[in-house]
Design a protein around this ligand. Structure first.
Ligand code: SAM
Length: 212
């Protein structure tokens, strides 16, 4: 079993999202950790005949919180461990090439504007400046009425201990509120988890997009 930071029903949903791939763009995940979300998404994509690389971005360097979360789920990792080999083992498959970009997303994510993005998971970007960087890089490649944007920590602000921290963690919520005409809610699970999925409807002026 792969240690996860997301519940099993989100994994089931990701499998369905992958299986509904329309062939219009690539799938990408920012913040893959050990693959608990990438694996079901890839299973769905395989079912849909996905024939492009899957893009995964992470530091893949264990910190103490990750060590604790993995231990609670029966897997031993150590502080500062390079987690990329574990991730690669978990996502390994014959059909889909998984492109892994290791390092800080603020520096590593430079998305070519001619590569449309059909499925986009944010599980690392949840505050600025990284959320803004990721939106500016990937937003222009979103496909109107197609792209599924999974914000896996959309409601993370609820768990933050102080109002200042909650305010900082509301960046994704403020973004969706500001652009509510451009995104429609596909799924969320109330207070049982922090994830929310949106469909891009088009119409964002990405060059002048506001992310604050
Ligand atoms: C919540 S975990 C992902 C969990 C995984 N999606 C799951 O559900 O099991 C967030 C991941 O984002 C990565 N991360 C956070 N900030 C990052 C950054 N600035 N650059 C690269 N990776 C980052 C962490 O290393 C961690 O693996």
């Amino acid at each position: 079993m792969i240690p996860a930071m997301t519940p099993s029903w989100v994994h089931d949903y990701l499998r369905r999202i992958g299986a509904s791939w329309q062939g219009k763009g690539v799938a990408i995940e920012l913040g893959s950790w050990l693959g608990a979300t990438a694996v079901p998404l890839l299973e769905g994509l395989r079912e849909a005949g996905y024939n492009k690389p899957f893009y995964a971005y992470d530091r893949w360097e264990a910190n103490r919180e990750q060590v604790r979360k993995a231990r609670e789920q029966g897997v031993k990792i150590t502080n500062k461990q390079d987690l990329l080999p574990l991730f690669q083992d978990n996502v390994l498959n014959d059909d889909i090439r998984v492109f892994c970009q290791k390092g800080n997303i603020s520096g590593t994510l430079k998305w070519p504007s001619n590569t449309p993005v059909e499925i986009c998971l944010f599980d690392a970007p949840k505050q600025n400046p990284i959320f803004e960087h990721a939106v500016r890089q990937l937003g222009p490649s979103f496909i109107p009425d197609v792209t599924v944007w999974g914000l896996l920590d959309y409601y993370w602000h609820r768990d933050r201990p102080t109002e200042k921290k909650r305010e900082a963690a509301r960046v994704p919520v403020r973004f969706i509120n500001r652009y509510h005409q451009n995104f429609s809610l596909m799924a969320e699970w109330g207070h049982s988890c922090a994830c929310a999925f949106f469909r891009y409807r088009g119409g964002v002026d990405w060059e002048n997009v506001e992310v604050s």
